[in-house]
Design a protein around this ligand. Structure first.
Ligand SMILES: C[S@@+](CC[C@H](N)C(=O)[O-])C[C@H]1O[C@@H](n2cnc3c(N)ncnc32)[C@H](O)[C@@H]1O
Length: 431
C-alpha cells in the first residue's frame, strides 16, 4: 500500500479543497494507481463524513487536540486506518503496524500514535458504527439531517457506499453477447435485458463503451424510457434543456429516432463532452436534425436561434436542471461534504423550469427530473409551478417501485438504484 500517495491525495481533497478527479464513477478503470490503493482511497472519501462524526461523538477531547495540532496528514492516515478496520475487515494487528510506521516514520506525527492506537483499539464493527452514525447525522448541522427529516425511510449508509454499475445496451444482439461473455459478472438485468448491472468493469465492457455500443447509466435514469412509453407520444421536436453530458439525450434519441433534437446547456466544456458522447454512440446529423447550443435557461431574454425555438413548438421538453445530487452521493463522494446554497439552487431550478416551459407547444409535455431526493427540489418545485401556471396539468404516471408523491415519483437510493425524481406535466391544448 502506498500510504503516502493515498494520504497526500486525501489531504488535497479534504484540506486543500482541490476538486476530485472526474473519474469518481469509473474508479475501477486503470489510471496509474494500484487497484487496491484506489479502492481504499475512494472508500475513505466516501466514509470521511461519518468517520469524522464518529470521532466527534466518541472522542471529543482527542478530536479537539487533533484539530488544534493541525495535523491534516495525521487525520487522513487515521481515517485510512479506521476505514480498513471498520469497513475493510482488516486485522487490528496489521492496521496498527502500518499506521504506527506511517505516523512515526513517513508523516512524522509521533504524538498522534498513542491516540490513534487507542481509537483503533475501540473501533466498533460496521453495524454498530452505522447505528451511532444514524443518531449523529440526525443531530448534526449537516444537510444530511434535513434529508433524513424529508425521507425518514432513507437507508443512510447507502449514501456512503460504493455506487452500483449499470450499462445500457444499444441492441438486442449485444444484450445476448454480453449475457454470455460476462455471465459471471452480471448482478441483475432490467428493462427487458437492455439494462445490465455488473459487478465490475472489464476490458471487454470498456471496449464496448469506447465503441459506443453501451453507455454507463444508472437504472434510475434509464427508467426515463418507461415514462416515455407511458405518455405515448410521437414527438417531432424535442428540447433537452440541461443536456450535458448527454445521458438522457442519447436515451431520447434512441426512443424517438425520427424526432428533431435541440440539446442545450449552459456549460461549454460540458457541451463538448456531450458532443463527444454523441459521436461515440454514433449519433450524427445525417438522419435527423440535431442541434447542440449553449443557452442559459435562468434568463428568459435570449431566444434560441433554431426554428422550433422561434416557433416555440416543442412537443416534448426535458428539464434536468442542476441539483444538489443528494441521490447520487455514491458517484460524487465530494458532494457529501460540500456546502450547498439550497435557496439559490432551488431558485435556479424554478427559473429554468418556468423559462423552458414557455417553449412547449399547447398539448405538449414537459418532463422534469433531478437526481436529488430533497422535496424542495422536487415535488414542491412542481407543486409551486402548477399552482402558478393554470395552463399546465400535472400528469400522474406510476412506475413500479417508485414512491408516488403528490407531484411526481421518487426513487429513494437503494443498493442498485440511484436516488432520482421524475414529474410529467402537460400544457393544456387551449393554453
Ligand atoms: C443534472 S445535469 C444534466 C445531466 C444530463 N441531462 C444527462 O442526462 O446527462 C445538469 C446540467 O445543467 C447545466 N446547467 C446548469 N445551469 C444551467 C442553466 N442556467 N441553463 C442551462 N443549463 C444549465 C449544467 O451545466 C449541467 O450540465
Amino acid at each position: 500500500m502506498n500510504i503516502i500517495k493515498i494520504v497526500r491525495f486525501l489531504n488535497d481533497v479534504f484540506f486543500e479543497k482541490k476538486s476530485l478527479p472526474p473519474l469518481a464513477m469509473r474508479e475501477q478503470l486503470v489510471d496509474g494507481w494500484d487497484f487496491e490503493d484506489k479502492r481504499l482511497t475512494y472508500s475513505v472519501l466516501r466514509h470521511a463524513l461519518p468517520l469524522s462524526w464518529f470521532l466527534d461523538i466518541r472522542y471529543p477531547k482527542w478530536r479537539k487536540k487533533i484539530a488544534v495540532q493541525h495535523s491534516a496528514f495525521g487525520i487522513c492516515a487515521l481515517f485510512v486506518a479506521l476505514d480498513q478496520l471498520i469497513f475493510g475487515q482488516k486485522a487490528i494487528y496489521y492496521v496498527n503496524q502500518w499506521l504506527s510506521s506511517a505516523l512515526n516514520k513517513d508523516l512524522r506525527v509521533n504524538w498522534l500514535t498513542p491516540i490513534a492506537r487507542a481509537i483503533l483499539a475501540q473501533a466498533p464493527d460496521e453495524s454498530i458504527f452505522w447505528s451511532v452514525i444514524h443518531d449523529a447525522a440526525k443531530k448534526s448541522d449537516s444537510w444530511i439531517a434535513h434529508l433524513l427529516e424529508d425521507n425518514p425511510n432513507l437507508q443512510l449508509e447507502l449514501m456512503f457506499s460504493h455506487p452500483p454499475l449499470w450499462i445500457s445496451c444499444k441492441s438486442l444482439n449485444l444484450q445476448k453477447e454480453i449475457s454470455e461473455i460476462e455471465c459471471a459478472n452480471i448482478l441483475s438485468t432490467d428493462l427487458g435485458g437492455s439494462a445490465i448491472q455488473l459487478k465490475k468493469t472489464t476490458e471487454y465492457v470498456q471496449s464496448l463503451f469506447e465503441a459506443g455500443q453501451i453507455s454507463f447509466q444508472n437504472i434510475s435514469s434509464q427508467r426515463l424510457r418507461l415514462i416515455l412509453e407511458k405518455i405515448e407520444i410521437t414527438p417531432n421536436n424535442i428540447l433537452d434543456c440541461c443536456a450535458a453530458p448527454g445521458g438522457k439525450s442519447i436515451l431520447l434519441f434512441n426512443h424517438y429516432p425520427n424526432a428533431n433534437l435541440t440539446l442545450t446547456d449552459l456549460s461549454l466544456p460540458r457541451l463538448l463532452e456531450l458532443k463527444s458522447n454523441l459521436i461515440r454512440v454514433g449519433i450524427d446529423n445525417s438522419t435527423v436534425q440535431i442541434e447542440v447550443l449553449q443557452h442559459n435557461w435562468t434568463t428568459s431574454s435570449t431566444l434560441l436561434s433554431n426554428k422550433s425555438a422561434k416557433l416555440k413548438n416543442f412537443d416534448l421538453v426535458l428539464v434536468d436542471p442542476p441539483c444538489s445530487g443528494s441521490g447520487v452521493t455514491r458517484k460524487h463522494p465530494d458532494s457529501l461534504w460540500k456546502k450547498h446554497d439550497n435557496h439559490s439552487l432551488e431558485q435556479t431550478q424554478a427559473n429554468i423550469l418556468k423559462n423552458a416551459a414557455s417553449y412547449v407547444m399547447p398539448g405538449g409535455y414537459l418532463i422534469y427530473s433531478t437526481c436529488s431526493i430533497n422535496s424542495n427540489e422536487n415535488e414542491k418545485q412542481i407543486g409551486k409551478f402548477i399552482s402558478e401556471n393554470p395552463s399546465w396539468t400535472y400528469i400522474k404516471v406510476e412506475l413500479a417501485g417508485l414512491i408516488q408523491k403528490e407531484f411526481g415519483m421518487l426513487q429513494l437510493m437503494s443498493s442498485s438504484a440511484d436516488g432520482m425524481f421524475f414529474a410529467v406535466l402537460q400544457r393544456k391544448i387551449d393554453a
